[in-house]
Design a protein around this ligand. Structure first.
Ligand code: AMP
Ligand code: MG
Length: 408
């Protein structure tokens, strides 16, 4: 089978995955979701001018010469209505942070800059001159009426939810969190917590993939561990397709005699399934198709291959489905510096080398190999925080520039 270029394979996979329909979610259920419509504010934040300090609302002009004693004519707490309150010439109103500015006043003198004979004394002595506007938070300082607050495609983090709450919204138009099923396949695999029999290994892919799905902002659904049995695999895949928005499987997509995932997906997906050999290392084989309306990512079984394949194909596609714009599909890449040789031999593939990345004194990202690079060596993947992208050729020498794809 001819090797397909990475960008072509990625374009095909992402192109086949459609963004979900928008929905309405309660604000506290929307963390990590993406806005499906721009948000314009109907209100100003803050809605009224108010004080940034506990102190006294005054006319600045009355404090030009200090000290000066001003009669305290009223008290304004946060939440109190200022209607009917007025600061006349050479008067002050005691005021608490967040309380509305009373008419007549144009500045706040912080309580630290005053003296009062008793807390309820009727005169305050102002020790520092105030300028007009001091410690006053104008109406609309954060958000004006009619202002575009966030664009479509914004991923909602804590601060975004706060801002949307501050303009009075309690439901948001977003793309809901994707449900993504994860299935491991292989007769050699067993769950942790039980001793290994001859020829057995523990299933690690399901746990890495469930975690990667979660980190990609999706709800991860554990579809368990399927034996290399056509019926068992078909049942698991059908169940996943009926309850999830997308499926991620690992194993069973290579050239082996018991690669039943391939057989089952061919039957369920027919012509929609595409079996690719991609010009990359690791993660050369990939099965992908939209089966019964749901994208299925048949990732290779080798633990590092399944992770790299997820990063390069499944994660960007899932992010597109979740409403992210094209600029947010892929992991960021930077031009870094190889602190040691990262050698490879020409084989017509792009190599993704597991590296540790750190900022150097020159402000650039410097990388070193995180260990052995065979596709079964998972520990070096765990120790890596980036992948160095080596185009076909001999690799790079110490001090050379190298493209670095930053991981989680
Ligand atoms: P396969 O793609 O099924 O031919 O598997 C390729 C290699 O990956 C074999 O060495 C498998 O034992 C290993 N492998 C497959 N699935 C898993 C898994 N879930 N956890 C750990 N290793 C796996
Ligand atoms: Mg297998």
């Amino acid at each position: 089978m001819a090797l397909i270029a990475l960008e072509e394979a990625r374009g095909f996979v992402i192109g086949a995955c459609a963004t979900l329909a928008p929905t309405s979610l309660a604000i506290d259920a929307a963390l990590g979701c993406v806005l499906a419509a721009p948000v314009d504010s109907d209100v100003a934040v803050p809605p009224f001018a108010n004080t940034a300090m506990d102190g006294y609302a005054v006319r600045a002009i009355d404090t030009l010469t200090v000290p000066v004693e001003l009669p305290v004519v009223a008290t304004l707490a946060a939440g109190a209505s200022p209607v009917g309150m007025f600061v006349g010439a050479r008067q002050a109103i005691r005021i608490m942070t967040g309380a509305p500015m009373p008419d007549g006043a144009d500045a706040i003198v912080a309580v630290e800059n005053t003296e009062r004979s008793a807390p309820d004394g009727d005169v305050v002595r102002v020790l520092q001159p105030a300028r007009s506007g001091d410690s006053v938070r104008p109406a609309g300082e954060d958000i004006a009426v009619g202002q575009r607050v966030f664009d479509i495609g914004t991923e909602l983090r804590a601060g975004h939810l706060g801002v949307l709450a501050s303009i009075g919204l309690n439901t948001l138009t977003v793309y809901r969190r994707l449900r993504v099923g994860v299935l491991s396949t292989g007769d050699e695999l067993v769950e942790g917590g039980t001793p290994l029999g001859p020829g057995q290994i523990y299933d690690s892919n399901r746990h890495t993939l469930l975690a990667l799905v979660t980190r990609a902002g999706c709800e991860a659904v554990d579809l368990g561990l399927a034996r290399d049995d056509e019926r068992v695999i078909e049942t698991a895949i059908r169940q996943g397709l009926s309850t999830c928005d997308a499926l991620v499987t690992s194993g069973g997509v290579s050239m082996g005699d018991f690669d039943w995932v391939k057989v089952v997906l061919n039957r369920l997906g027919g012509d929609a399934m595409r079996w690719m050999q991609i010009a990359i290392k690791p993660a050369k084989p990939l099965a992908f198709g939209v089966v019964m309306g749901k994208p299925v990512f048949g990732l290779p079984g080798n633990p590092v291959s399944s992770m790299v394949s997820f990063e390069l194909f499944a994660r960007p596609a899932l992010r597109k489905m979740a409403g992210h714009g094209p600029g947010a599909w892929n992991r960021p890449t930077v031009r870094g510096v190889a602190d040691e040789a990262l050698r490879r031999s020409p084989d017509a593939k792009v190599h993704f080398v597991r590296v540790r990345a750190a900022f150097g004194a020159d402000g650039r990202v410097h990388v070193r190999s995180s260990g052995g690079q065979a596709s079964n060596l998972l520990r070096s993947m765990a120790l890596a925080d980036a992948l160095a992208v080596l185009p076909d050729g001999p690799g790079v020498g110490p001090g050379d520039d190298v493209e670095v794809m930053l991981l989680d």
